[in-house]
Design a binder for this molecule. Sequence first.
Ligand code: FMN
Length: 153
Amino acid sequence: MDLLTIMKSRKSIRRFADAPIPQEQLDMLMQAAALAPTSRNRRPCRFFLITERSQLAALSRAKQAGAAFTEQAGAAIVAAADSSVSDTWIEDSSIAMTYIMLEAEALGLGCCWVQMRLREDAEGHSAEENVRALLDLPEQFRVVGFLALGLRT
Ligand SMILES: Cc1cc2nc3c(=O)[nH]c(=O)nc-3n(C[C@H](O)[C@H](O)[C@H](O)COP(=O)(O)O)c2cc1C
């Protein structure tokens, strides 16, 4: 399938089959993230593959609205960028997330972008801070968002 066909068919999927994503496909998604270009080739992003149900549940509560379906996902990939390494961490994270999203579509997986930056949970805590705490990341790591992923129903 050529890339334009993949882009035309892609849409956000928020409901997933109750089955794990094969490891080979998870590896391909992580490879896609690593292939994304970054400004001045600084590579400030780290990508965290989450498959444990309790951690997916924590991500689903990291912000008040628009993340609940993550609890039923087969996996999530969090993009976290060291803002002390590059001032273009938003752009770099977003390009990599887009690469992952398109690879997910190419693999026939369901995928939805979940925004964390500038968002809050039900108690008014920063969604980014919630993700940093979950992944034990220092404050200079900024989290644009994550991708909820899963086999299609
Ligand atoms: C920057 C960005 C942030 C998004 N954040 C969320 C989100 O937090 N929760 C959600 O369910 N969808 C989120 N989406 C998905 C959009 O709602 C979706 O892409 C848009 O409505 C277009 O639909 P489509 O992806 O099916 O073409 C986000 C998409 C982008 C690009």
